[in-house]
Design a protein around this ligand. Sequence first.
Ligand SMILES: O=P(O)(O)OC[C@H]1O[C@H](O)[C@H](O)[C@@H](O)[C@@H]1O
Length: 560
Amino acid sequence: MASSTALICDTEAWKDLKGHVEDIKKTHLRDLMSDANRCQSMMMEFDGLLLDYSRQRATEETMDKLLNLAKAAQLTEKISRMFSGDHINSTENRSVLHAALRAPKDAVIKADGKNVVPEVWNVLDKIKDFSEKIRSGSWVGATGKPLKDVVAVGIGGSFLGPLFVHTAIQTDPEALQSAKGRQLRFLANIDPVDVARNINGLNPETTLVVVVSKTFTTAETMLNARTLREWITTALGASAVAKHMVAVSTNLALVEKFGIDPNNAFAFWDWVGGRYSVCSAVGVLPLSLQYGFSVVEKFLKGASSIDQHFQSTPFEKNIPVLLGLLSVWNVSFLGYPARAILPYSQALEKFAPHIQQVSMESNGKGVSIDGLPLPYETGEIDFGEPGTNGQHSFYQLIHQGRVIPCDFIGIVKSQQPVYLKGEVVSNHDELMSNFFAQPDALAYGKTPEQLQKENVSENLIPHKTFSGNRPSLSLLLPELTAYSVGQLLAIYEHRVAVQGFVWGINSFDQWGVELGKVLATQVRKQLHSSRTQGTAIEGFNYSTTTLLKRYLETSSEPQI
Ligand SMILES: O=P(O)(O)OC[C@H]1O[C@H](O)[C@H](O)[C@@H](O)[C@@H]1O
């Protein structure tokens, strides 16, 4: 770009793509898919993964133009600034170095002139040591019993990533074996129902609570942490906290103030964004407690493999870059506001919720990194469900309603294969039949002529016609292990960064959410004074006043 404050939409590369939209509108995926050379050029393999983006509404020319856009956005420079620790999160004046969390021990990655990799490994070694103590039973609770269950208390980035990884690997045979006799649960919502669910069936004597909060000030997490502290101390006495509660945070002073021994605190750093923190102690501690460090190390290695690929592979073969550019194409040029994440694996059921935060909190921005209002939309609405559950639910809209680009994620080898004698295919083949069929159904659709040939009655033809031309991409993983879960995570993290770099926004701050953190304060004060002193509701609009009145008059919350 000409100057640092220019917007990407003012570049020739952007305008060229705008003009190209008309060409693409004249195409149909039915025709694009019949060009084998085009399709071949839209398949990419790396480290066991196969990406097929031939069902995107794009030609080889589109891809060239998108690569020009990457150049205009100075994508190479931006990626290298990220990896070299520049303060690319400019509004918070911070580096963005989550890749350092999974770097090999001998790597050198600097933040503010200092190599951070030794610090990272100090904490990883401490986690390894601590989790082995807990798992082997050499660390015992206040009454001398081993701690076999863990409740991780945290919200947002201190919750969704670890939950995703836990859910993804818990049925992997190796992880399953190493987690025998242990439980890992997550308490996120401040709704007391979530506390009740999480402690149901657990015994404080055998439970370890891990409080996870980057800031250690998040209202929900701190109240939930106090609630579980109460649960422990009521049963076991105040001194039990030292044995039953540990913490993960960047704010070790507040951890100590809360009453947790600083020796039992696991640090991370302000150059790790909350939503990018699953590879820090945020995820590594609870997951190592459940599965052992060696399993979690494989997850870190998978992510690291993608980091290296992202950093060093030419853009035309770079999976996160290609995915990021195609997302920009879909959102900013073809005008599709959403993306469906459709893993054909129940183990990936928490993938879309995690990516919702990674993507929507990162790229849901209205101004450029220099503070200029954006004349184009950024971010996309991410949602999804595992197939085939989604097929029996919202796929109707995807097939015949709005156009929503889909990410199909398939696994070659099931974690838990089942084959019933006499069935046509194994259960996993049955699942995967859908994975292979759906993208074509979306791309090709069904024409009235085809329906006529099938003798569909005239009056039903409009209802049974599928326009097709609905874009998707397919990502095939060889198996779902800790390693490939790490790969998947890093692909999406970097894809989101690529989108943000091209849009020219800061993908690493979240001022909108910060606002949410303070909004409840006024209501909290009102509830307190109304309940304790009967103070009248004041300072709210008609609607909120009415709702609050109803809540206070009819609720049976304990009076403080
Ligand atoms: O880890 P914490 O400091 O408790 O923060 C938890 C969450 O708080 C906010 O919602 C932020 O927007 C998230 O990015 C963050 O993950």
